[in-house]
Design a protein around this ligand. Structure first.
Ligand SMILES: *Cc1c(COP(=O)(O)O)cnc(C)c1O
Length: 351
């Protein structure tokens, strides 16, 4: 058998999971749906027309999203997770000998989407403290005649948000589409959505997987100009999102006020844990506007193994460039945080 050129070089996205007691490695919410939401979802799922292709539910959800952002449903595209949205953006705007600019270190999938769409990745290094210099992005885009720029803010895995003034500066000074990946925006509060009116090249990508705790349903969306939505839709399969997920996400979105207390809890816990971690000698804590914290520690590899043996799963970056000795810890519930913190502190203090 032979396979498509380049396929063999793609890394396998390893999502095999151990039997974790405390799972802090994928930035999921560690809480299941709020009880009132869960009850409505289960009632709704009992009435699904399983014999029909998905259809009307997608209009319901699009309508809700459009209303919330005061845009038309023609400015909304739903995706099978924002992963699908991002991949289709690489397909729609990339391709052979077409350049796509994004910062590094950032979401590891951008490199992979560039490869599978046969686009050329133009990575732009973040500064030493992981802040982003908007001028470097603009220069890389313009000098390379980029067809797409992608910036994740707040950034995964570094945690910091890019100031909106920098996002606007990029939007204004590049000629190509500019996708802003806002997977963690709910934990930060400041969105680039308002730039949509003024800059037709701006595309906002969002997900239900993080703040809304709906990773299982695989729902994301993008907001963009009508033309961009039309063109990117062409890269999607018909019925690319299933009815169960659409119906679930529509209820979650209608009831999103129910999620506010837990988002506040995650933000408060993030602050508390960042402060506690910073008190431990030998640990560098990077500022975070998300539901996770990136730390640097000389014996990160050993610490990761120690946590693993105690069934506490965090994300280790091994020897990844610019992320050597870094661990990304998703913020859990208060009790979970107390547990992993005690274990981590004990390990570091024993040296
Ligand atoms: C989690 C994540 C996504 C993808 O989320 P989906 O589950 O596919 O919606 C996209 N971008 C970033 C930066 C993420 O961390």
């Amino acid at each position: 058998m032979t396979y498509r050129v380049g396929l063999n070089e793609l890394p396998t996205y390893d999502v095999s999971e151990k039997d974790w007691d405390i799972k802090l490695n994928a930035n999921e919410s560690n809480l299941t749906l709020p009880p009132l939401v869960e009850e409505r979802v289960l009632n709704r799922l009992a009435r699904i027309a399983f014999n029909r292709y998905p259809d009307t539910e997608s209009d319901d959800l699009k309508e809700l999203i459009a209303q919330n952002f005061k845009v038309s449903i023609e400015n909304v595209l739903l995706g099978n997770g924002s992963s699908e949205i991002l991949e289709k953006l690489f397909f729609a705007f990339g391709g052979p000998s077409r350049n796509i600019v994004f910062p590094v270190p950032s979401f590891s999938m951008y490199k992979i989407y560039a490869k599978i769409s046969e686009s050329t990745a133009i990575p732009v290094e973040l500064e030493t403290d992981y802040t982003l210099d908007p001028e470097k992005i603009v220069r890389a885009a313009n000098e390379n005649d980029a067809k797409l720029v992608v910036v994740c803010t707040p950034n995964n895995p570094t945690g910091n948000a890019v100031p909106l003034t920098s996002i606007e500066y990029i939007a204004k000074n590049i000629q190509c589409p500019f996708a802003v990946d806002e997977a963690y925006v709910e934990f930060h509060g400041l969105s680039a959505v308002n730039l949509l009116e003024r800059y037709p090249n701006v595309i906002i990508a969002r997900t239900f997987s993080k703040a809304y705790g709906l990773a299982a349903a695989r729902i994301g969306y993008m907001l963009a100009s009508k033309e961009t939505i039309q063109m990117v839709s062409k890269a999607c399969m018909p019925y690319h999102i299933n009815t169960m997920s659409l119906a679930t996400a529509a209820i979650v979105y209608q009831m999103r006020d129910e999620f506010v207390p837990r988002i506040q809890m995650y933000v408060a816990e993030r602050k508390r844990m960042a402060e506690e971690l910073a008190k431990i000698a030998g640990i560098t804590v990077y500022p975070s506007d998300t539901n996770f914290i990136l730390i640097k520690y000389a014996k990160a590899k050993e610490l990761n193994e120690y946590l693993e043996n105690l069934k506490i799963g965090v994300r280790s970056f091994g020897d990844a460039p610019r992320l050597e000795n870094c661990l990304r810890i998703t913020v859990g519930t208060r009790a979970e945080n107390d547990t992993w913190f005690k274990v981590l502190k004990g390990f570091v203090e024993r040296g």
